[in-house]
Design a protein around this ligand. Structure first.
Ligand SMILES: [Zn+2]
Ligand SMILES: [Zn+2]
Length: 167
């Protein structure tokens, strides 16, 4: 089994209500399909390889949300800022074996996910609308999400989520 941490971090307007999804999507080299880059949806109990809809041996072991106080963020950035730093880290465990994808230039599999997507809901502090958002490794940045009222919900300048192998 492979264990990875998948982490997002955003500066949200202070006081935003943010709820992260229970499930996470990872692109994994699937040992059942024996194909690279299969999207697998994983929650706390089980997982499914979306393309062939087969069960996949994986689960979210833990989720940790940390909200920094606005003051510390301001100090960190050395500016006056009405945003607060919110991070969410999923600890995900999944099955992996080395194999060769014969239908994909005989490329060899690798244990780390190719990309990840984390979904969340954020309530706009200005108008109260609940916005459904997600952050995904392979999108163009900088990327900004804006509420329909015009309020900027967050801006991403770097690639997210971060993915680390748990040792
Ligand atoms: Zn599969
Ligand atoms: Zn709004």
């Amino acid at each position: 089994m492979i264990s990875v941490y998948v982490k997002t971090k955003h500066l949200f307007p202070t006081g935003s209500t943010v709820t992260y999804d229970n499930s996470i999507e990872l692109s994994i080299d699937c040992l059942v399909c024996k194909r690279l880059n299969r999207t697998v949806s994983i929650d706390r109990y089980d997982a499914i390889c979306i393309k062939n809809k087969h069960p996949f041996n994986a689960k979210v072991l833990d989720t940790l949300v940390v909200r920094e106080k606005n003051k510390s963020v301001s100090e960190l950035l050395c500016i006056k800022d009405n945003r607060e730093l919110v991070t969410c880290t999923y600890l995900v465990q999944y099955d992996y074996i080395d194999f060769t994808d014969y239908k994909y230039n005989n490329l060899k599999s690798s244990p780390l996910p190719n990309w990840a997507r984390i979904g969340f809901k954020i309530t706009c502090t200005k108008c109260g609308t609940i916005n459904t958002c997600s952050t995904q490794t392979n999108i163009v940045r900088p990327f900004s999400e804006t509420c329909k009222c015009g309020q900027t919900l967050y801006t991403e300048n770097e690639v997210l989520p971060l993915i680390y192998l748990k040792d």
